[in-house]
Design a protein around this ligand. Structure first.
Ligand code: 4AD
Ligand code: MG
Length: 458
C-alpha cells in the first residue's frame, strides 16, 4: 500500500502536502463541528492527530472510523498543529481497513499491568508496551553495534544441547519419546530417544562460545536460553535472551573492563536514540530514570570483593530473611541492599567462593575462591554473570569429577585445555534484566512480549 510513515511526516517538510497515511486509532474525541483521532502506525511512540470535518464525514461514518482499535487509511493534507513541533492531518478520504468495536479490550482507561498480561496479543498496542518493545529492539541493535565496532564475531550457539553449562539442573528436556512402561532404566529410555541420548534446551551458549573464541579470538552469542527455574519472581523467566561474549587472551580485569564499556555504550545509545521512550518511562514509571542512566554513563562502577560485601551486609543493621555468611550465595535482598542502598550505583562483586559458583570458573590461588563477578544494579540486582575460565586441564578435570558431572559430556570442552589453552574470560548479560533496568519496568513479564514463567504459557 502506498503510504508515508507517520514518523516521516512528523519529522517535517510535509506541511501543505497531500499524503496517504495508515494506522490504528489510539484515542478519539468528538466535538461540535470536528472530530479527532490519534493515529499510530508503529513508526514512533507519539501519535498523530487526524481531524475530521463533520461537513465531510457523517456521524454514522465517524462512529466506525473513531472506534478505538480501528485500522484506517487516511488521505489528507498535513497542517501545522497547535504546538510548534507537531502537525496534524486534515482528512479528506478515509478507508476503514479493519473495524473494531466496544469489545476491544483496550478502551480509554489506564489498565493494570496484571490485566494487560492476560492479553499478550494486544498489549503491545498500548503506549507502555509500544515503548518497551521499541527500546528492546534498539537495545538489541546497540549491543550488536558495540561488539561489531570492537571487532567481535557474532556466533550462533545451539539451542539443543547435551550438557548443562551451569550445572544447576534447570535444563528443560527435549524428547520425542512418551511414557513407556516397558522401559527398564533411564539409560534405555535415553537410547530410544531422538538423539540416542538425553538432550535439553540450552541454559547458556558459553561452552560453545569458548570453542569459537579459542579460534576466532573475540566472539559473542545473542540468543534465547532456557531455565526450568521453579522460582516465581519478578526477575526470572523460563525463556530469556542472553548476550554472551567470550574473549581469548583476557583475564578477569580485562573482561570487567569490557562489560563496563558495553553497559555504558548501550545506555548512551538508548539515551540518544530512544528519547521519546526514555522520557515516557521517566514520567510514568521511574522518576529520575534519565538522570540515573546518564550518571551510569558518566561515572565509574563500584567494585567490591565478595568477602568485603559480606562484611558490609553484616554491618548493615538490616534484618535479612536469608542468612549472611561467607560461603553462602547472595540472595536478591542482599544484592539489592548492596547496590540500591550502599553503593547506589552498579557494582561488581568479585571473587565468590568456589563452592557456590559454576565448575568452569578459574580457581584463585587461595584455593577457596574463583575469579568470578556478578554485576549488580539498583532496582534489579544481578544483570551480568561473569568469570575468567579455568584454563588448566588438571584443575578443570578434577572440578568436573568432584562435582559428579558426566565426563563424556565435557570431553570436547576439556580438549580446549589440552590443545593451545589460553587465559580467556566471558560474561552473560540477561537482555530482559537489562531492559528492566533501562525502562524502570519492575516485572520481567513486562519486557518480553510472550513471557514463559512457572505455570504460565499464553
Ligand atoms: O549468571 P548466569 O547464570 O551466567 C551464565 O549463564 C554464564 N554461562 C554466562 C557467561 O559467563 N557466559 O546468567 C547470566 C545472566 C544473569 O546475570 C541474568 O542477567 C540472566 O542471565 N538470567 C536470567 N534472566 C531472566 N530469567 C532467568 N531465569 C535468568 N537466569 C539468568
Ligand atoms: Mg548468575
Amino acid at each position: 500500500m502506498q503510504h508515508v510513515d507517520l514518523k516521516e511526516i512528523r519529522s517535517g517538510g510535509y506541511v501543505g502536502k497531500k499524503v496517504t497515511v495508515c494506522g490504528w486509532v489510539r484515542t478519539s474525541r468528538d466535538s461540535k463541528n470536528v472530530a479527532f483521532a490519534e493515529l499510530n502506525d508503529g513508526s514512533e511512540l507519539n501519535h498523530t492527530q487526524v481531524v475530521f470535518d463533520k461537513a465531510v464525514f457523517s456521524d454514522k461514518e465517524l462512529s466506525s472510523l473513531l472506534s478505538l482499535g480501528s485500522a484506517l487509511s487516511v488521505v489528507g493534507t498535513v497542517e501545522k498543529g497547535m504546538k510548534d513541533e507537531t502537525c496534524e492531518i486534515r482528512a479528506e478520504k478515509v478507508t476503514l481497513l479493519g473495524g473494531s468495536d466496544t469489545a476491544y479490550p483496550l478502551q480509554k482507561k489506564r489498565h493494570t499491568m496484571e490485566f494487560l498480561r492476560t492479553i499478550p496479543h494486544l498489549r503491545v498496542r498500548t503506549n507502555t508496551f509500544n515503548a518497551v518493545f521499541r527500546v528492546r529492539s534498539e537495545l538489541s541493535y546497540a549491543i550488536h553495534e558495540f561488539f561489531h565496532k570492537n571487532g567481535y564475531y557474532y556466533v550462533h550457539s545451539p539451542i539443543i544441547t547435551g550438557s548443562d553449562c551451569e550445572g544447576a539442573g534447570e535444563v528443560f528436556k527435549v524428547t520425542t519419546v512418551g511414557y513407556d512402561p516397558t522401559v527398564k532404566s533411564e539409560e534405555d529410555y535415553n537410547k530410544k530417544d531422538f538423539f540416542g541420548r538425553s538432550a535439553g534446551l540450552t541454559v547458556s551458549g558459553q561452552l560453545e562460545g569458548e570453542v569459537m573464541a579459542t579460534a576466532l579470538g573475540k566472539i559473542y552469542t545473542f540468543g534465547p536460553t532456557f531455565r526450568a527455574e521453579n522460582s516465581n519472581t519478578p526477575r526470572h523467566a523460563a525463556e530469556f535472551w542472553q548476550i554472551e561474549p567470550e574473549v581469548a587472551f583476557a583475564d578477569i580485569d580485562d573482561i570487567i573492563g569490557i562489560a563496563t564499556d558495553m553497559i555504558k555504550s548501550i545506555i548512551a545509545h538508548l539515551l540518544k536514540n530512544c528519547a521519546q521512550e526514555m522520557k515516557f518511562f521517566d514520567e510514568r514509571f521511574e522518576p529520575g530514570l534519565i538522570a540515573k542512566l546518564q550518571n551510569v554513563v558518566d561515572s565509574e562502577f563500584a567494585r567490591v570483593d565478595y568477602a568485603d560485601a559480606i562484611e558490609i551486609l553484616k554491618k548493615s543493621g538490616k534484618t535479612f530473611v536469608y542468612p549472611v555468611e561467607w560461603g553462602l550465595d547472595l540472595q536478591t535482598e542482599h544484592e539489592r541492599y548492596l547496590t540500591d542502598e550502599f553503593f547506589k550505583k552498579p557494582v561488581f562483586v568479585v571473587n565468590y567462593p568456589r563452592k557456590i559458583k559454576s565448575f568452569y570458573m578459574k580457581q584463585n590461588p587461595d584455593g577457596k575462591t574463583v575469579a568470578a563477578t556478578d554485576l549488580l544494579v539498583p532496582g534489579v540486582g544481578e544483570i551480568i554473570g561473569c568469570s575468567e575460565r579455568e584454563a588448566d586441564y588438571d584443575k578443570l578435570l578434577k572440578e568436573i569429577t568432584d562435582r559428579g558431572m558426566k565426563l563424556s559430556d565435557y570431553a570436547n570442552y576439556l580438549d580446549l585445555r589440552k590443545f593451545g589453552s589460553v587465559p580467556h574470560s566471558g560474561f552473560g548479560l540477561g537482555l530482559e534484566r537489562m531492559l528492566m533496568y533501562v525502562t524502570g519496568m519492575s516485572n520481567i513479564r513486562d519486557v518480553i512480549e510472550f513471557p514463559r514463567t512457572k505455570d504460565d504459557l499464553k
